[in-house]
Design a binder for this molecule. Structure first.
Ligand SMILES: O=c1ccn([C@H]2C[C@H](O)[C@@H](CO)O2)c(=O)[nH]1
Ligand SMILES: [Zn+2]
Length: 135
């Protein structure tokens, strides 16, 4: 699948976002190694911190369906610059994605910045660190 198609799949999700509080829709599309695409949008809550970002919705949809082999992630918001994923999403990405996996972040003008999990969250706490520190 082309980068543009994945970006389009992320864009499609902007209309599904449940954002009555922030009015800030975010769409995400996660490509699996099998060529399947899991789409997500942010889902807010009157209890604000319960909100889940679009990126994590897409990742959790895939993982909950038993899929853990990923190829690329696209994220879109109607921002000026390509939207930077929040820290919580970066940590979840580092749990399930290879450090070198491409993350395409985009904005309202469909400008695509290509980055990686490693670039977004260097020196991250990983499952290997957890294992090495257990008594
Ligand atoms: O990369 C991001 C940044 C923010 N949000 C959501 C959380 C909240 O619903 C709204 C405003 O922070 O945007 C995402 O889904 N992804
Ligand atoms: Zn997030």
């Amino acid at each position: 699948m082309e980068k543009e198609q994945l970006v389009n799949a992320a864009q499609e999700m902007l209309s599904k976002a449940y954002v009555p509080y922030s009015k800030f829709p975010v769409g995400a599309a996660l490509l699996t190694k099998d060529g399947e695409v899991f789409q997500g949008c942010n889902i807010e809550n009157a209890s604000y911190p319960v909100t889940c970002c679009g990126e994590r919705v897409a990742i959790f949809k895939a993982v909950s369906q038993g899929v853990r082999d990923f190829e690329a992630l696209a994220v879109m918001a109607n921002t000026d610059r390509p939207v930077p994923p929040c820290g919580a999403c970066r940590q979840v990405m580092s749990e399930f994605f290879e450090p070198s996996m491409p993350v395409y972040i985009t904005n309202k003008d469909l400008e695509v910045k290509e980055t990686t999990v490693q670039e977004l969250l260097p020196f991250s706490f990983t499952p290997a660190d957890l294992e090495s520190g257990q008594s």
